[in-house]
Structure formats: structure tokens, C-alpha cells
Design a protein around this ligand. Structure first.
Ligand code: GDP
Length: 296
């Protein structure tokens, strides 16, 4: 646990401590190492600064300075603080009674893993004895409709699409009606993504939100994109008031700092994490595990 930061701090504190007691200024030098480790883990600059202010206040206490193992105590403080800031957890999908149709709206930038995550959530729901339906509401890319159909076939989950319709709001409303008729109890709206955030995309998503009244709106962000993930989370949340974030591609070598930054700038809980391309590679988000990963 905490090996690399622990080792780094241990040798730093040894040389800083010299012969005497650890001083406040030496502690501050040690804390710079912690800050560097956070930045290397993709925590954004602003968030790392803010975070370190809290940690420094706690670490400069007499108890830590006088202790035999200040580095261990500092890592402990950082770990607790990370865990606290990335929580609390809320894994619930806020599903209505099975007699009603629950609408879950998925949004995110193109390539973040939104369509794949729709499939993963569909599988999770199906495994939990629900009757999900996937809705192809990304009308920008015809390939997106095909992709969702392929996922639906693999999972044995119905997919609603209408290749003639140009208005995604109408597609979503029709899908909810179709779900009621066919006995589906959760519809997952796979909305359009773009390479960059633009007004047109946001307006379209706002219209879907206003007219289809989703129970929950989830944003997918790609853990590998660091600061971009943070910026997109901020923009989507300002336009839509998202209810949860799903961080994808955590099976890669991303250290996971994006999770802390996204939670910090939006205040929205991180619900799940994507850990692979396969449809069962979706895990509940646990702040304590992510805190360990960020610490390295
Ligand atoms: P969308 O444009 O946001 O709908 O993104 P897609 O769902 O099409 O995903 C883009 C790419 O990321 C695809 O190649 C997916 O297989 C891949 N992908 C999605 N989620 C994950 C994940 O958690 N881990 C990995 N390694 N790849 C993922």
C-alpha cells in the first residue's frame, strides 16, 4: 500500500530531517513531493493546490512533526483526505418501480465510452432482473445507431432506433412510449457526442432533458484525458445538472487523478468506473481504492 509515494517521502524526510527534529519548513518540502505525485496522477493543478492547503494544515501539527514516521502519517492524511473528497458513494440508479419506465440519459464527448457504457449498464440492469431498452438518440453519426444495435444483439436487449427521424427528442419520446408497450422498465438514452463541447450539442441535450424528464443523467468521461475530462464535466454539469459520473478506461495506465478533479469541480458523485472494452467491465466506484491508486 502507498509504496511509491511512501518510499519517495521516506527518503525525502530522511534527508530533510538531518540530525535534529523535523521542522515545519522541512515538512513543507516533503509536502511538495505529495503535490508532485498528485499532479503526476492527473489531478488538475487547481485541485491539487486546494487539496494541499487542507493537507498542509493537518500535517504541520506537532503530533506529525514529532512522530517517528512523519512520512507515514502524511501519506495517511493524504489518503484520508482523498477518500473523503471522492465520496460519498451513491451507486443507486434511482430506478422507479418496475411498473413505471425509468429514463436514464447518458451524455459525454465522442470517444469517451458513452455507447459502450450504455451497453454495460443495460447488462447490469438485465442481470438485476430488469427489462432495459437501449435508445439510439445519437442521430449525428449513423454508425452510432449500428453500434448500439450490435451491442443490443450481443446482450439480448432491445434497441429502439428510427433512422428516418431527424429530431432526437422525438426519438426519445417515442422510445419511452415503445418501452411502455413492450414491457421495458428502464430506457437508456444514448445521446449524441461531439469531439468538443458546442452550443448546439448542449441545446439538444437540454431539450431532451426538459421534454423526456430523465430520472438520472450520467456523464461518461475518459480517465486518460486528464484536464479535458475535468473541463467537459464542468460544462456538461453547468448545462444539464448531471446526477452522476462514470469514469471510463481505468484499465489503462491512468492513475485516476481525474476522478478527484471531476468530483471536486462538479460535486457530483462518481458512480461507476469502466475497466475494459468488454460489456461486463463496469465496476462500482470506491473512493478508497481510487485514493490508493492516485497515491501510486
Ligand atoms: P462514445 O463515442 O462515447 O460512444 O464511445 P464508445 O462507446 O464508442 O467507445 C470508444 C472506444 O473506447 C471504443 O473502442 C470502446 O471499446 C472503448 N472503451 C469504452 N469504455 C472503455 C473502458 O472502460 N476501457 C477501455 N479500455 N476501453 C473502453
Amino acid at each position: 500500500m502507498f509504496e511509491s509515494l511512501q518510499d519517495g517521502l521516506s527518503s525525502a524526510f530522511k534527508s530533510l530531517r538531518g540530525q535534529g527534529k523535523l521542522s515545519e519548513s522541512n515538512m513543507r518540502d516533503g509536502l511538495k513531493l505529495v503535490e508532485r505525485s498528485l499532479l503526476e496522477a492527473d489531478v488538475s493543478f487547481e485541485v491539487a493546490r486546494h487539496f494541499m492547503r487542507n493537507v498542509t494544515e493537518k500535517a504541520i501539527g506537532e503530533k506529525v512533526l514529532k512522530s517517528l514516521n512523519p512520512q507515514q502519517q502524511v501519506v495517511g492524511i493524504v489518503y484520508e483526505e482523498l477518500k473523503e473528497l471522492m465520496g460519498p458513494v451513491d451507486h443507486s440508479l434511482h430506478l422507479k418501480n418496475k411498473k413505471d419506465v425509468t429514463v436514464l440519459m447518458m451524455c459525454g464527448l465522442q470517444g469517451a465510452g458513452k455507447t459502450t457504457t450504455c451497453g454495460k449498464l443495460g447488462k447490469l440492469l438485465k442481470d438485476g432482473q430488469r427489462n432495459p431498452m437501449l435508445v439510439a438518440a445519437d442521430l449525428q453519426r449513423p454508425a452510432a445507431i449500428d453500434q448500439l444495435h450490435v451491442l443490443g444483439e450481443q446482450l439480448g436487449i432491445p434497441v429502439y432506433s428510427d433512422r428516418q427521424e431527424k429530431d432526437p427528442v422525438k426519438v426519445c419520446n417515442d422510445a419511452v412510449k415503445a418501452a411502455k408497450k413492450q414491457g421495458a422498465d428502464v430506457v437508456i438514452l444514448d445521446t449524441a457526442g461531439r469531439l468538443h463541447i458546442d452550443d448546439e450539442l448542449m441545446k439538444q441535450l437540454e431539450r431532451i432533458d426538459k421534454q423526456c424528464h430523465p430520472e438520472q443523467i450520467y456523464l461518461t468521461v475518459d480517465a486518460m484525458t486528464g484536464q479535458d475530462a475535468v473541463n467537459s464535466a464542468k460544462a456538461f454539469n453547468e448545462a444539464l445538472e448531471i446526477d452522476g459520473v462514470i469514469i471510463t478506461k481505468l484499465d489503462g495506465d491512468a492513475r485516476g487523478g481525474a476522478a478527484l478533479s471531476v468530483k471536486h469541480v462538479t460535486g457530483v458523485p462518481i458512480k461507476f468506473m469502466g475497466t475494459g472494452e468488454k460489456l461486463d467491465a463496469l465496476e462500482q466506484f470506491h473512493p478508497e481504492r481510487m485514493a490508493q491508486r492516485i497515491l501510486g
